[in-house]
Design a protein around this ligand. Structure first.
Ligand code: AMP
Length: 283
């Protein structure tokens, strides 16, 4: 595994692979890697000849007052995990390499509509930061394939839409959510939960699953189910931001005859913001 920090080195490496006709996959990450990230690396390896992981804590997707400064950064451990996972290249640029003209003058990409609800409401500007950075990585790497996690359900839909809308020649593959033994979705921010908070946080997945089972069993009162999800999380001593049932394909509000659905929530436990979701195929 080679680690590269600059654009010219990256270009040289990738053009050699492309010239040899090799298929290149990228797994974009913000580092502090856990088994969820590594599962995406495995998926990437099964689809491509070369796997590149990007490690970049992207400042433009953090709002004012969010945790950019304190986001966990563990580059040495991350490199060791990626070497063990057998990737070809780690691209770990600094902010000036990713945004050479500065953040305020940076070219931006937005996906309106899909980003207007759910996490887009609680984190205004977040998805513009994500799509602008991912578009940059797609331009720099020109990968054949990119792998994202279902954990960030809205994010993967927004990226798919960007790719479809702009006609980018990148295949998007989405990997399932990897969970802790108690059900909590793995996340870099879980390290900030103490053991009591960890137990409280586990109620998120339990509640999402409970709602999904009710829908699968035929309950179509989505408004009531969502309100009851909010209530359950509040009673569990969480501070839920949203708990919603949406159409899986495009996050539209579902009609009662909709079959492919997703239950999504964002919540806070202590100072930690958590998101998770469960897909439901209703009859
Ligand atoms: P992040 O480093 O948090 O930006 O995440 C990088 C990628 O890993 C994103 O595509 C996430 O959706 C994905 N990811 C994060 N947590 C998990 C998880 N628990 N299981 C699977 N993928 C995940």
């Amino acid at each position: 595994m080679q680690t590269i920090q600059t654009r010219p080195e990256l270009r040289q490496k990738l053009s050699a692979w492309r010239g040899a006709g090799e298929r290149i996959a990228v797994v974009p990450t913000m580092g502090n890697l856990h088994d969820g990230h590594i599962s995406l690396v495995r998926i990437a390896k099964s689809h491509a000849d070369r796997v590149v992981v990007t490690l970049f804590v992207n400042p433009t997707q953090f709002g004012r007052g969010e945790d950019f400064a304190t986001y966990p950064r563990t580059p040495e451990q991350d490199a060791a995990k990626l070497r063990a996972a057998g990737i070809d290249l780690l691209f770990a640029p600094d902010v000036a390499t990713v945004y050479p003209f500065g953040i305020d003058a940076a070219t931006r990409v937005s996906v309106p509509g899909l980003t207007d609800s759910l996490c887009g409401t609680g984190r205004p500007g977040h998805f513009d930061g994500v799509t602008s950075a991912i578009m940059r990585f797609f331009a720099l790497l020109q990968p054949d394939l990119a792998v994202f996690g279902q954990k960030d359900y809205q994010q993967q839909l927004v990226i798919r839409r960007m790719v479809d809308d702009l006609g980018l020649p990148v295949e998007i593959v989405v990997g399932p959510v990897v969970r802790e033994p108690g059900g909590l979705a793995m996340s870099s921010r879980n390290a900030f939960l103490n053991s009591k908070e960890g137990e409280i946080a586990a109620r998120l997945y339990e509640t999402l699953r409970g709602t999904a089972s009710e829908i699968a069993a035929g309950n179509r009162d989505f408004g009531k189910l969502a309100a009851s999800g909010m209530e359950t999380l509040t009673e569990a001593r969480q501070a839920p931001e949203y708990f919603e049932i949406r159409r899986a394909a495009d996050l539209a509000l579902p009609r009662s005859n909709c079959t492919e659905l997703v239950v999504l929530a964002a919540t806070r436990v202590g100072t930690v913001r958590l998101i998770d979701n469960v897909l439901v195929a209703a009859q």
